[in-house]
Design a protein around this ligand. Structure first.
Ligand SMILES: Cc1cc2nc3c(=O)[nH]c(=O)nc-3n(C[C@H](O)[C@H](O)[C@H](O)COP(=O)(O)OP(=O)(O)OC[C@H]3O[C@@H](n4cnc5c(N)ncnc54)[C@H](O)[C@@H]3O)c2cc1C
Length: 470
């Protein structure tokens, strides 16, 4: 059996990104992935700060060819009357302000194929069942079940757990703790033949509708093609449980679907978008979040992406957090493997300083989102319109929503300190933005930018997959 430098559990964005960077550094890497790709996955809207990672991975041109470009995220109230459009071109001067909306089947397959091209040994339909750290021989022994149920064994010098919300190591070792107060469940699907691409969708925007009260949640609508959207509703899990009971008692034959449409239809704005559109698949329910693994790394292992922590996805930060962490950990491991001293974990400690800083920052931001008396991302524009326009204060908000929270998390924590203190917050209100600039539907794209929002040919999924896998 060949001893690999690194074995990775999971071929999602975190696992494939770490593998690709390690392979680029010349290390031998094996990915063990339990599913056969392409597989369905939620999480389709990406932050502009992902751009550098895609460029370094060598997939940027493919992304431009395949996916819708996203110039902004627009937070709206349920009636759609108040909204704030956080156009990324307010602070990002180059083309990276146009981020991406991706079909995860296609996106995840593209990243995994890229790993293969870079020399990574990828085994799909291979489920990791056990891991043993052999301290005497300085190796990790991984047991797995292959495509035909056969038992397999792999050996490596280091293990990365990128198993997503299955949290392989954290669950096995009882490291996982739930974030009390953040119990949420999402119900989602894709629609095709969408006739009313409105409210910014026609310009590639992400649309987030805040749901207050005991729902404590939000609706997302993102465009995936010129006439296809992903739409989902996230609510407090206790609220969902009550609604499930009510619907079942009323004789609902598919309570998930009935719940989903009841919630979407409560927003006149979203109702108009899905009116006449067709569901592409039955609704999918995603529970089980948010949580944190108390242990992130140790001798001969590291946890990345959702396997290490999952934060409510309201700010579309998951892929960025996962892939950027994967890159940082891959670089740290490269340093350790090259030095020949895997016991010197200084590079990993440094990487996790940034990683934990970024996750903690986003967690804090989400706490603010669910306490809209502190700051409402939807009402900011109208609320502050009587005040004069000062770019700097607002720019911080734009940078945060673009993803500038790894290297700069300390700076933005200070910014949130200011927002959270009532007197300072009052001052902040006094200096932030005007209505004309932010309570708008369009980011006023230049014609050449507008022309690339949707891929030239509206590709249906099958065609996309063929292109990705050919
Ligand atoms: C409702 C919802 C909405 C979201 N919206 C967004 C969004 O708009 N934008 C965004 O950026 N993020 C979003 N996210 C988050 C995003 O989906 C995740 O952060 C991202 O997928 C994490 O990537 P990952 O590689 O860590 O995990 P995953 O993508 O889940 O990959 C993990 C892989 O590990 C494999 N695996 C698991 N166990 C084993 C095992 N024992 N052996 C072998 N393989 C195994 C799985 O099959 C899977 O392929 C959302 C999440 C949710 C729940």
């Amino acid at each position: 059996m060949n001893m690999q430098d690194v074995i990775i559990i999971g071929g999602g964005p975190a696992g494939s990104t770490a593998a690709s960077f390690l392979a680029k550094h010349g290390h031998s890497v094996t990915i063990l992935e339990k599913e056969r790709f392409p597989r369905e996955h939620v999480g389709e809207s990406l932050l502009p700060f992902c751009y550098k990672t895609f460029d370094a991975l060598g997939v940027l041109d493919e992304m431009k060819r395949l996916f819708v470009r996203k110039p902004t995220v627009r937070f709206a109230t349920i009636d759609g009357k108040q909204s704030t459009n956080w156009c990324f071109n307010a602070v990002i001067p180059d083309e990276s302000f146009l981020s991406f909306q991706v079909d995860r089947k296609v996106f995840d397959t593209m990243l995994l194929d890229n790993s293969r091209k870079l020399g990574v040994d990828v085994h799909e339909q291979t489920k990791v069942t056990d891991v043993k750290f052999d301290t005497e021989q300085d190796k990790v022994v991984v047991s797995a079940t292959g495509p035909n149920g056969e038992k397999q064994t792999y050996e490596g010098r280091f293990l990365i757990d990128a198993s997503g919300r299955s949290t392989f190591l954290a669950s096995k070792n009882n490291w996982r703790t739930s974030n009390v107060g953040f119990e949420r469940t999402a119900v989602w699907t894709h629609f095709i033949d969408v006739k009313n691409m409105i409210g910014g969708l026609e310009e590639g925007s992400s649309l987030i509708v805040y749901l207050g009260g005991n729902k404590r949640g939000w609706i997302w609508v993102f465009p995936l093609e010129r006439d296809r959207i992903t739409a989902g509703v996230v609510v407090d899990s206790f609220y969902l449980r009550d609604k499930k009971r009510e619907l079942q008692e009323a004789g609902s034959e598919n309570w998930q679907r009935d719940f989903f449409f009841n919630e979407l239809n409560e927003s006149p704005f979203v109702r108009e978008i899905i009116d006449g559109a067709e569901m592409m698949m039955d609704v999918i329910v995603e529970g089980d979040y948010s949580y944190n693994s108390n242990v992130k790394h140790g001798p001969r292992y590291a946890l990345i992406g959702d396997a290490s922590r999952f934060i409510d996805p309201i700010f579309s930060s998951g892929i960025f957090l996962s892939t950027k962490s994967a890159w940082l950990v891959a670089d740290a491991l490269h340093e350790m493997l090259s030095s020949g001293d895997l016991n010197n974990n200084q590079p990993l400690l440094k990487a996790y300083e940034y990683i934990n800083g970024a996750y903690n920052f986003v967690y804090r931001l989400i706490t603010l989102f669910y306490n809209p008396h502190t700051i409402s991302f939807a009402e900011a524009a109208t609320f502050f319109n009587e005040y004069s326009d000062h770019q700097h204060a607002m720019a911080a908000g734009h940078f945060i929503l673009s993803g500038d929270f790894f290297e700069n998390h300390k700076k933005y924590h200070e910014f949130l300190d200011v927002l959270e203190a009532p007197r300072n917050f009052q001052r902040y209100k006094n200096v932030v933005m005007d209505r004309k600039k932010s309570n708008i539907e369009s980011c006023n794209l230049k014609p050449e930018e507008r022309s690339i929002i949707f891929p030239k040919k509206s590709l249906r999924m099958a065609e996309q997959l063929q292109k990705v896998t050919s």
